[in-house]
Design a protein around this ligand. Structure first.
Ligand code: 13P
Length: 337
């Protein structure tokens, strides 16, 4: 493992004005997205969609890296260039989702643990050979009446750290993603409490398993009210609670924090990121690693039609640019209009 190489990649992933595009939807998830535009999900339609996104003119001005799914890393652009090479040639770092999804944790109703550690060393070596220079693993923490349990936080933290250590051994920067879901009706205070506990467990495990903090990126949720909460906290309250929680639990040795959007609307996700960056004097680079918030508008505009490639790219390019501004506190509400 070469620490300086890992640090170099991690810094590039959170470079000024840029953030990460999460385009690593599994076959099941992308089918759900395509259902919304009544498009059949096939290897060819998935390839055409990713091609539309990745050939957006000027994408590299705002996108530092793209998280790919296994299938996509093995596919080529419509121009016949492997996607990993296409991105690398643009100066965009290709990454790969390596977890195998969250599965029910036996004995702990409502809790899940993410699978995918067995054989991961061998898979990482292959992904590196295919051009991937960073990876992603998502631990999922849902909030309900009786969960998450401390045991689930511990199990997910342990797996995240095992994954991170294996990545670094392979010369791959791990994105460590403990996602506290915003699906419930919980308050922002509950989200803060659970997010704090999750981060505490994660950084204890990263230390215990000798992960080089300077060579990783944290991908957390924002501290935010549940989607179904009747009195959702204001954008300023979200920014304040998020910064407070991260300052308490994320060592300043970590070069960058790249948020997931988690079901926020594109405008909400951009505004929150901008306000977080306006809080000022943060010890890390703070940017985005959005899936839905970057893609939703582009997917609708494209609608699976080759005639709409330009329209889809305009939407993706717009949200990449706006989040590039948000990442230094310069997005304001309504700017997209
Ligand atoms: P969203 O931004 O759509 O939450 O996706 C990001 C991601 O990669 C979740 O694992």
């Amino acid at each position: 493992m070469n620490h300086s190489e890992l640090e170099h990649i991690a810094k590039a992933m959170v470079a000024q004005g840029k953030g990460i595009l999460a385009a690593d939807e599994s076959s099941g998830t992308i089918k759900k997205r395509f259902d919304k535009i009544s498009l059949e999900s096939t290897a060819d339609s998935r390839r055409a969609y990713r091609d539309m996104l990745f050939t957006t003119p000027g994408m590299q001005d705002h996108i530092s890296g793209v998280i790919l799914y296994d299938e996509t890393l093995r596919q080529s652009s419509l121009a016949g260039v492997p996607f990993a090479k296409h991105l690398t040639d643009l100066g965009v770092v290709p990454g790969i989702k390596v977890d195998m999804g969250a599965k029910a944790l036996p004995g702990f109703p409502g809790d899940t643990v993410t699978e995918g550690l067995d054989g991961l060393r061998e898979r990482l070596a292959e992904y590196h050979a295919l051009g991937a220079r960073f990876a992603k693993w998502r631990g999922v923490i849902d909030i309900g009446e009786d969960y998450p349990s401390d045991f689930a936080l511990e199990a997910n933290a342990h797996a995240l750290a095992r994954y991170a250590a294996l990545c670094q051994e392979a010369g791959i920067v791990p994105i460590v993603e403990p996602e506290v879901l915003m699906d419930g009706d919980h308050s922002i205070e509950t989200c803060e409490q659970v997010t704090s506990a999750a981060l505490l467990a994660v950084f204890a495990q990263l230390a215990a398993q000798h992960v080089h903090l300077e060579g990783m990126i944290l991908k957390p949720n924002m501290v935010i009210s549940g989607k179904k909460n009747a009195n959702r906290a204001s954008p300023h309250a979200v920014a304040e609670a998020t910064v407070r929680t991260l300052k308490r639990h994320v060592p300043s040795a970590v070069p960058g924090i790249a948020f997931l959007s988690g079901g926020q609307s594109p405008a909400e996700a951009a505004l929150h990121l901008s306000l977080i960056n306006q809080v000022g004097s943060l010890p890390w680079q703070v940017t985005f690693s959005y899936g839905r918030a970057l893609q939703d508008a582009a997917l609708l505009a494209w609608a699976g039609q080759s005639a709409n490639v330009g329209a889809g790219q305009r939407e993706f390019g717009k949200w990449a640019r706006l989040n590039g501004l948000a990442r230094s506190g310069r997005y304001t509400a309504g700017m997209e209009a």
